[in-house]
Design a binder for this molecule. Structure first.
Ligand SMILES: [Zn+2]
Length: 261
């Protein structure tokens, strides 16, 4: 007998990430799952991603505006209720606007004292400095609330997943680009990350997750390995997401635990 899936009406979930596309790639399936169960899901994105995947000295504000449009499409595809797209400097999130970004997070948490929070772990998925900066800001804000700290979940990626995706894509004739996200060494994803403790089955939401990933067209382009993914592969690689609950004092919470498979 199938157990009834608990509803989450009235629950608020804040997901904090660095760039447009982080939310979809890291845990788009979970965000869609929570939204479909009735949670009010809010994505707070620290930057417009105006430097793209090439972190360099030049801002490209036209790209930032383009990515804002893509982000709205991705959020809509996932059924997310609210987007807070901030304008902190892409590529400098670990060092710039530290107090402002901290205040953005803290203000939200004070106004939503029953929220749960999802963000990057200390490895930033693949040691991206901006992602680590988001982890630091969120953790600082959450810890400052002491015994009233919200349940905090870190999204993680087990090692081996990304190399498998890349290997399979290469077997279909895909060639990694020389720059950008998909030029990253696939083994760096999840490298030295702390093990996950929560596994969420999001296979039912793979179409929404894939649509959200593909909505970030300026980043994915035509040369990404998901461009001609077989449905079975999409379900296998995109259908499970992994988290770790932060071991900190604070309020109890079960938003992700009760979805755990
Ligand atoms: Zn990112």
């Amino acid at each position: 007998m199938t157990q009834a899936v608990p509803r989450l009406d009235g629950q608020v979930v804040l997901a904090v990430f660095a760039h447009p596309d982080d939310e979809s790639l890291a845990c788009g399936g979970t965000l869609a799952t929570l939204a479909a169960a009735g949670a009010h899901v809010v994505v707070m994105c620290a930057s417009h991603g105006e430097r793209g995947s090439d972190i360099g000295p030049v801002r490209n504000d036209a790209l930032g505006l383009e990515r804002a449009v893509e982000m709205r499409a991705a959020v809509a595809a996932l059924g997310i209720a609210e987007l807070r797209l901030l304008s902190h400097p892409d590529g400098e999130l670990r060092w710039a606007a530290v107090t402002d970004f901290n205040a953005d997070i803290l203000l939200f948490l004070r106004r939503h004292p029953h929220a749960s929070v999802i963000t990057f772990g200390e490895d930033g998925l693949y040691w991206h400095a901006d992602h680590i900066g988001v982890y630091e800001r969120v953790l600082t804000a959450v810890l400052s609330l002491g015994s009233e700290a919200p349940p905090l979940y870190f999204v993680t990626m087990p090692t081996g997943v990304m190399p498998e995706v890349v290997t399979a894509a290469k077997a279909r004739g895909w060639l990694p680009p020389r720059k950008g996200f998909w030029s990253l060494v696939p083994e760096s994803f999840g490298l030295h990350a702390k093990p996950h403790s929560i596994t969420i089955d999001v296979r039912a939401f793979v179409p929404q997750k894939l649509a959200a990933i593909l909505a970030h067209r300026s980043q994915m382009g035509a040369d990404h390995p998901f461009s001609n993914l077989a449905e079975a592969d999409a379900r296998r690689w995109l259908g499970t997401e992994f988290f770790r609950r932060a071991d900190i004092p604070g309020r109890p919470g079960t938003v992700l635990e009760q979805r755990c498979t």
